[in-house]
Design a protein around this ligand. Structure first.
Ligand SMILES: [Zn+2]
Ligand SMILES: [Zn+2]
Length: 280
């Protein structure tokens, strides 16, 4: 991809996100879970989004040789040898569904470890520091989180190979649902709650209340949480406030930039000291 192509592609992504942001802003005013949210609450995330998109694209370019290498050594993907490329709309839709379940299963465990391991928590904390959850919060991902997921995409690439959705398809699939999941809406999916993630179901994951902590990790499919014992089905009117405790929060700009790096440095320093003086 030439620099010009890269630039135009980047602009088209930013434009699509601006449209989505505007559409969701209107939708979220129809039945807000938190009616008092001001527009300033989403301005920071929306301003941060173009930087995140640029970073995601750059990572794709930097990792392209590694992705090609693993595609080559896996012979185009282990599963693509067993499955012919799906033909026809139904077959392609079903295959996309299989891929989405596999991806969500994989991200479930990465996400769960991000909550369990202090070093990985530093890559994810920024996302959880949003005190006024709305659709713009899906852009609230630190660049360390993007590196983690871009690198850990390689096992899926080895498995699915050529059958892995193109970056644009993945973008549509994952980013657009991120807008839905984080929307400031009083919206649940009723009896479909265990099947597909809703704004209410994901709000529980961001809740400040202890009974909701470490629940509802899946991005699309709540039954994955059901399978591994982290599923929480909200009550009809359960729309908790969100965010982190004050001692975990260091401010928007700091959270988005240096705070996770400083946190990682402190953790590594502590670990090095422990290794030097094990009895301390
Ligand atoms: Zn989380
Ligand atoms: Zn979230």
């Amino acid at each position: 991809m030439s620099i010009k192509d890269f630039f135009w592609f980047y602009l088209s992504l930013v434009s699509s996100v601006i449209v989505l942001t505007a559409v969701f802003y209107v939708l979220e005013r129809l039945a807000p879970a938190e009616p008092d949210q001001t527009i300033s609450k989403r301005l920071f995330n929306s301003t941060y989004y173009p930087f995140l998109l640029g970073w995601l694209l750059l990572l794709q370019l930097v990792l392209a040789p590694a992705y090609s290498y693993f595609l080559r050594v896996s012979g185009g993907g282990l599963l693509s040898k067993l499955l012919n490329p799906p033909r026809g709309f139904v077959a392609q839709f079903l295959f996309a569904l299989v891929f989405a379940v596999a991806w969500d299963f994989w991200q479930y465990w990465i996400h769960r470890l991000q909550h369990a391991w202090p070093m990985l928590w530093e890559t994810h904390k920024f996302h959880h520091s949003e005190t006024a959850l709305n659709s713009s919060a899906q852009a609230r991902q630190h660049f360390l989180n993007a590196i983690l997921f871009a690198v850990l995409y390689i096992p899926l690439l080895i498995l699915f190979g050529w059958l892995t959705p193109h970056f644009v398809a993945s973008f549509l699939m994952f980013r657009v649902w991120g807008f839905v999941n984080h929307a400031n809406l009083r919206l649940h999916f009723g009896s479909l709650t265990p099947l597909i993630s809703s704004p209410q179901w994901h709000r529980i994951h961001h809740s400040v209340f202890a009974q909701h902590h470490d629940k509802n990790f899946a991005a699309f499919f709540p039954f994955i949480d059901l399978l591994f014992g982290t599923y929480y089905r909200p009550q009809k009117d359960e729309y908790p406030p969100t965010g982190l405790s004050p001692e975990q929060y260091s401010g928007n700009l700091r959270e988005a930039t240096v705070a996770p790096l400083a946190g990682l440095y402190q953790l590594m320093l502590g670990r090095a000291r422990q290794l030097q003086n094990p009895e301390r």
